[in-house]
Design a protein around this ligand. Structure first.
Ligand code: KDG
Length: 321
């Protein structure tokens, strides 16, 4: 079948206000399609890889929009199913309020079609047709059946010798209690590459320092632990050493949501292309920086050529890293 990366997770319609500020005053909203796993897969598509997604959408207009979008981006949609009972998930974004430069999400996804994903949707043949399984901590938080589906995909991949990449992506609005998040996410920490951030590490390892927590992840078998520090840049830990790179400084922030997924796609694509960890971090920081300058998670995901133009343009101006 020839796909490189396979994933499972919810894709939603994102309603992003044209104006910043408290959402109750926002009159006009743009419609975007987004979801952590789909964002990264689309990022990988733009960087030349073939991807496939297992998901469920409602039998509604938003579901049709999501299918059309995934298809247009080249993602294999043969395992996207339609649930006749439950609706497609939706979320709203509030931008630049109460913290300028930051966004807040409001989910309308409880009992959504994707939350009904279950073990039965995990097709072993489809999973093993890829060389890498990409998962995030969002899918297991959606429902018990989603947790079971994620575990099944993980076990199939591990058993068949595939690579597994996992982003901890702890969304406390979904987990509600850190104990629940910790218990579920711990099941996936023997992945080959782990993407995370200091907040997630402190939820996973509450009584130790961030550095020790990150080291714990290496001790559990991860070959690389990639720590995203937002505007402060990013780090990679391997068994042998630590790498760190400052972020690109962009002239303005439109909406930072989705930057982490863009970062992941560029990092993964760079490593799989044989680039060094330093080069991968630079590309990942660049892709993340680009995405914060545009509303929507997938629109500004760059191609290799666009990444180069972006990096060169920032190097040429006084907005140095
Ligand atoms: O990483 C960006 C995602 O968080 C956003 O698109 C919404 O998938 C989403 C989620 O579950 O929070």
């Amino acid at each position: 079948m020839g796909i490189d990366f396979v994933s499972l997770g919810e894709v939603m319609v994102q309603l992003n206000p044209v104006t910043p500020g408290p959402i109750r005053y926002c009159k006009y909203f743009e419609v975007h399609v987004a979801g952590a796993e789909a964002n990264t897969l689309i990022g990988l598509q733009r960087l030349g890889y073939k991807t496939g997604l297992i998901t469920k959408v409602g039998n509604d207009e938003f579901g049709k929009l999501i299918i059309n979008t995934l298809k247009a981006e080249g993602v294999d949609i043969s395992r996207v199913s339609i649930d006749d009972e439950a609706p497609t998930g939706v979320y709203f974004i509030q931008r630049h309020f109460p913290i300028p430069g930051q966004s807040t999400v409001f989910y309308y996804r409880h009992n959504s079609a994707a939350s009904k994903l279950s073990k039965d949707d995990i097709d072993e043949y489809f999973i093993t047709s890829a060389h890498t399984l990409y998962l995030t901590g969002i899918t297991p938080s959606l429902s018990f059946s989603c947790l079971e589906a994620t575990e099944k995909a993980f076990l199939i991949a591990k058993r068949s010798g595939m690579k597994v990449i996992f982003d901890t992506n702890i969304r406390m609005k979904l987990w509600r209690e850190s104990n629940r998040a910790r218990k579920a996410i711990s099941k996936f920490l023997s992945s080959d590459i782990i993407f995370t951030n200091p907040e997630d590490i402190s939820i996973l390892f509450p009584n130790i320092s961030i550095n020790e927590g990150a080291r714990n992840l290496i001790n559990r078998g991860a070959k690389m632990v990639v720590i995203k520090l937002g505007p402060k840049g990013s780090m990679v830990l391997t068994k042998e050493r630590t790498y760190q790179l400052n972020a690109y400084k962009v002239p303005f922030v439109e909406d930072p949501i989705g930057a982490g997924d863009a970062f992941n796609a560029a990092f993964i694509a760079s490593i799989y292309k044989g680039l060094t960890i330093e080069e991968a971090l630079e590309n990942a920081n660049a892709a993340g920086a680009l995405v914060v300058t545009v509303r929507g998670d997938i629109e500004a995901l760059p191609t290799w050529h666009e990444l180069e133009i972006f990096k060169q343009s920032l190097k040429k101006t006084f907005l140095l890293r």
